[in-house]
Ligand binder design. Sequence first.
Ligand code: PRP
Length: 187
Amino acid sequence: MGASKNPHDDISEVLLDEAKIAARVKVLGAEITAAYPGNDELVLVSVLKGSLVFVGDLMRAIDRNVRIDVMEVSSYGGGNTESSGTVRILKDLSGTIEGRDVLIVEDIIDTGITLNYLTNYLAGKSPRSVKIVTLLSKPARRVVEIPVEWMGFEIPDKFVVGYGLDFAERYRNLTCIGVLKTEKQKA
Ligand code: PRP
């Protein structure tokens, strides 16, 4: 069964509305600002495509200089709700992170496979530090334990979309984060 014309119609439950997300992002931004008090370069590495919306809001909630870089990785095949367990780099960094503080910006940590791979990969490029901020975490699904410095919300083991998160590349433009109706979780 395909997606409806109006993406909101495919949501069975709103988990986090726009106001709740915005308030939490502001707090995360303030905490990150306080954690990097100097003027050394802080590189936000946005993990596309899921973190696209989150990084846009988060960077404007951080009150210091930042540089933005992006990587695109994929662990879910199109139309799948389960991680394949294999991470592919579709787009690498454009700038150097050597000697820099790096903050990986993710939309969700599920099994932890993606972030485990990415932190190891980025650590191999000799940054000064590598930390993680994720908007969402599904602890029930964790396979690899990852130290996460900042987390927006812990959520139950339900398939969520919106605010950057997709199913088969759809629903990223929803302003809320909601549970996708079961009958829509089929490609
Ligand atoms: C999603 C999400 C994370 C990863 C989390 O990406 O954006 O990167 O899965 O899952 P894990 O903790 O089980 O590894 P996805 O592969 O769906 O690509 P996308 O960001 O382009 O939607």
